[in-house]
Design a protein around this ligand. Sequence first.
Ligand SMILES: *[C@@H]1O[C@H](CO)[C@@H](O)[C@H](O)[C@H]1NC(C)=O
Ligand SMILES: *[C@@H]1O[C@H](CO)[C@@H](O)[C@H](O)[C@H]1NC(C)=O
Ligand SMILES: *[C@@H]1O[C@H](CO)[C@@H](O)[C@H](O)[C@H]1NC(C)=O
Ligand SMILES: *[C@@H]1O[C@H](CO)[C@@H](O)[C@H](O)[C@H]1NC(C)=O
Ligand SMILES: *[C@@H]1O[C@H](CO)[C@@H](O)[C@H](O)[C@H]1NC(C)=O
Ligand SMILES: *[C@@H]1O[C@H](CO)[C@@H](O)[C@H](O)[C@H]1NC(C)=O
Ligand SMILES: *[C@@H]1O[C@H](CO)[C@@H](O)[C@H](O)[C@H]1NC(C)=O
Ligand SMILES: *[C@@H]1O[C@H](CO)[C@@H](O)[C@H](O)[C@H]1NC(C)=O
Ligand SMILES: *[C@@H]1O[C@H](CO)[C@@H](O)[C@H](O)[C@H]1NC(C)=O
Length: 340
Amino acid sequence: MLTNSIAVLSVTALMAQSAMAVNAYDKISFANVGFAGTFQSVKKMSNIYDNSTCKCEVEDRQWFSGTNAPLADYLSVHFRGPLTLSKFAFYTSPQFVINDSSSSDWTRGAYYDASSQTSSNVTFLTKAGKNSPCLGNALSYASTNGTGSASAATLLESDNLISSDQEYSIFSNVSCPKSGTGKGCGVYRDDIPAYYGFGGTTKMFLFEFEMPVETQKNSSSFEYYDMPAIWLLNDHIPRTSQYPNNANCSCWASGCGEFDIFEVMNGTERNHLYSTFHTFQGIEDLGTGIQSYGYIPRDTSSTMRGGVIFDSNGNTVTFVSNSTTFDDSLTVSSINSLFI
Ligand SMILES: *[C@@H]1O[C@H](CO)[C@@H](O)[C@H](O)[C@H]1NC(C)=O
Ligand SMILES: *[C@@H]1O[C@H](CO)[C@@H](O)[C@H](O)[C@H]1NC(C)=O
Ligand SMILES: *[C@@H]1O[C@H](CO)[C@@H](O)[C@H](O)[C@H]1NC(C)=O
Ligand SMILES: *[C@@H]1O[C@H](CO)[C@@H](O)[C@H](O)[C@H]1NC(C)=O
Ligand SMILES: *[C@@H]1O[C@H](CO)[C@@H](O)[C@H](O)[C@H]1NC(C)=O
Ligand SMILES: *[C@@H]1O[C@H](CO)[C@@H](O)[C@H](O)[C@H]1NC(C)=O
Ligand SMILES: *[C@@H]1O[C@H](CO)[C@@H](O)[C@H](O)[C@H]1NC(C)=O
Ligand SMILES: *[C@@H]1O[C@H](CO)[C@@H](O)[C@H](O)[C@H]1NC(C)=O
Ligand SMILES: *[C@@H]1O[C@H](CO)[C@@H](O)[C@H](O)[C@H]1NC(C)=O
């Protein structure tokens, strides 16, 4: 049961957050999530291996609207170390509103269990593909340790600790149609394994994981020393470029969507996990986004369970609870009991 919780903010009406103390919670809620807006997809990537002429062009603005938009789109799931993943699950429900007992149950649509090495509907990808001067490294299938490259889809091994700065991602096992404007996965790099992320307006992602303290020494070679994170991206972003050197090489900068579920923001607050929306809802500074002013404590010595729910009413709730289970169906009451 989550006893220490907070409704952090309403994303359409940014409140006077600075007046409130930064505190620890086991649940963080956002309300009114979803708006009508636009973003620009990548139309063309040219000369991607040429240092001086590598460039990208964007399409005209495309509109989105509705509950949870633009995060109602397909999302890929991203992990940064120090982190060990023992379970992952993705659920959908036809209609679920937090605290409303007339909601519908959740059905598991994807699953990964490290200890039994079983999975369904997941593909582990990582940035171990070919490097492009304007796009960065291409996605590849991840090898068993999450960061090496593999020639075919490979399950993450059971003892799968990744260190600071190391990353991998999870997509569904549904292959993308051909790359192209207006196609299901948009325009994407032709040298990647291309899969859909996880779609739907009403969706839930659950995780069982550890975020142990980094054992290597800090140095300037780390970008994110001891700053683990689990986050969601509009799946178009990693299929073109997660870390481009030109904003037109991904739809991120025009606001196609990122949500950080559990993220350490800096070395000073290395044991605080914040949640952040990086969309243009209610804010003009996309990089800062709308961040919770409360945080969920990072337990560095034991396993954490929790995740995020995007409900049918525009509530987004991130939570950590030892009562989290990963069954193939989760009842309304079992989920609502996490929020009493
Ligand atoms: C995708 O996962 C589902 C669920 O486990 C499975 O039934 C299906 O065969 C998989 N498809 C591919 C192409 O691997
Ligand atoms: C781009 O070209 C310059 C000059 O030839 C070289 O120093 C640099 O390493 C190149 N960068 C990449 C990413 O290839
Ligand atoms: C991960 O596996 C790859 C081979 O797929 C290997 O080259 C790499 O060194 C491994 N990384 C670590 C941190 O062990
Ligand atoms: C796998 O995930 C995709 C993306 O959300 C979904 O469309 C598909 O129905 C899922 N497959 C199964 C077997 O649940
Ligand atoms: C991105 O594309 C727009 C319009 O297509 C262009 O005006 C702008 O200069 C480009 N930005 C960069 C950084 O290349
Ligand atoms: C660390 O991140 C938190 C949350 O974003 C922020 O409140 C705090 O000011 C940051 N501290 C430093 C030293 O940047
Ligand atoms: C690691 O070092 C960087 C500077 O290189 C510093 O900004 C950061 O706060 C340090 N992290 C920790 C956890 O000490
Ligand atoms: C969850 O269980 C672990 C033991 O597995 C315990 O150390 C931790 O304190 C529990 N967390 C909460 C929030 O109750
Ligand atoms: C759910 O109900 C609990 C207990 O009444 C309340 O504290 C919480 O804010 C509600 N959550 C939402 C998202 O409405």
